[in-house]
Design a protein around this ligand. Sequence first.
Ligand SMILES: N=CN[C@@H](CCC(=O)O)C(=O)O
Ligand SMILES: [Zn+2]
Length: 416
Amino acid sequence: MPANSKQRLVWHDVTLFDGHDTLPQPMAVIVAGDTIERVVPMRELDPNETADCQPLGQGGVMTPGLVDCHTHLVFGGSRADEFERRLEGASYEEIARRGGGILSTVRATREASEAQLFSLARPRLEALLREGVTTVEIKSGYGLSVDDELKMLRVARRLGETLPVRVMTTLLGAHALPPEYREDSDGYIDLVCREMIPAAAAEGLADAVDVFCEKIAFSVAQCERVFEAAEAHGLPIKAHAEQLSNLGGSAMAARHGALSADHIEYLDEAGVAALREAGSVAVLLPGAFHTLRETQLPPIAALREAGVPMAIATDANPGSSPLFMPTLMLNFACTLFRLTPREALAGMTAHGARALGLHTRQLGRIVPGAPADLCLWDIGSPAELAYAVQPGRLRQRIFQGQRSLHGESSHDQTQH
Ligand SMILES: N=CN[C@@H](CCC(=O)O)C(=O)O
Ligand SMILES: [Zn+2]
């Protein structure tokens, strides 16, 4: 093919969920190179215009590639023991206060080399790819020293260079207080602001900065200092907030123009209004809600009424959400949080992309000009993705205009 001509692909007769809605009639989708060129009702399709296209499919449900906008995929160790302790009655908060929880993963992550962390994270990410994920956010936050946080971010970047998926990295240095700063929480925040953020920014390792604003983590004032440092380095911000109590972290994050506030079970009316005014996304994490057997529901009706975009993500991590199955999260969003299947699917496509600041490129949508990240599913309607929890329904996964169903990639040079 001449260097300047783009390969054109076409799908016929698909039921199309475009990132916001299901279109009322069967559609054809045309891709040129790595971009969606045209989305057209079947009855308006002129066969001449697809004469040079490679036909890739007929029928089925097409959605944007899934966007998992909140994960902690890079970590060492396991927390199966903690799972058992929680079953015996210990709470997530109690375990954290006794030096377990996040800090137990910090110990294992610090001990692991970059190569070991990569080998551990790769199959977790491949599991997401097999479920249709084409964009994933990966946070640090289990290193809690400059070197160990950068090590985690390098692993995340390398995953994105190795597998056919867009990886967005987030520095979560303010995730927990490391043992060496036990008596000096503000001193640790100094380290995050003065050394960690500048180092991650200098190496281009972070696409955003996150915090855990909670009684067992950092105060609103401390998180605000982290955001100011991020802003000074031109990095967008996000927050884990209102997960276990209502401290007002989401509203503060919104005042700083946060991309998203995540968890938000305890978000109040003022918090909802702040998210609406800032245009921040409410990232709902039903996996953590389920695993921790929470009872406080996020304020779904208020968010809906205020028109705050709601995203859904796996929060895949070793403690609060050891769940690596995006379509299960669609189901949980409906059964636990009472989202409609349409809202859940928009939450893992268009709104997930917005939570990463990628909506300006139309990521998470099937519209002309959007990146050609697509999933073709063997199901009868988009709602079935959330209705049934059934692996194996993904017929095709297209990343940047290339087919790659099982995470294989022609540019994957890694020995494993
Ligand atoms: N809430 C804080 N951080 C993670 C949990 C991390 C862990 O338990 O290891 C979350 O998003 O749920
Ligand atoms: Zn998280």
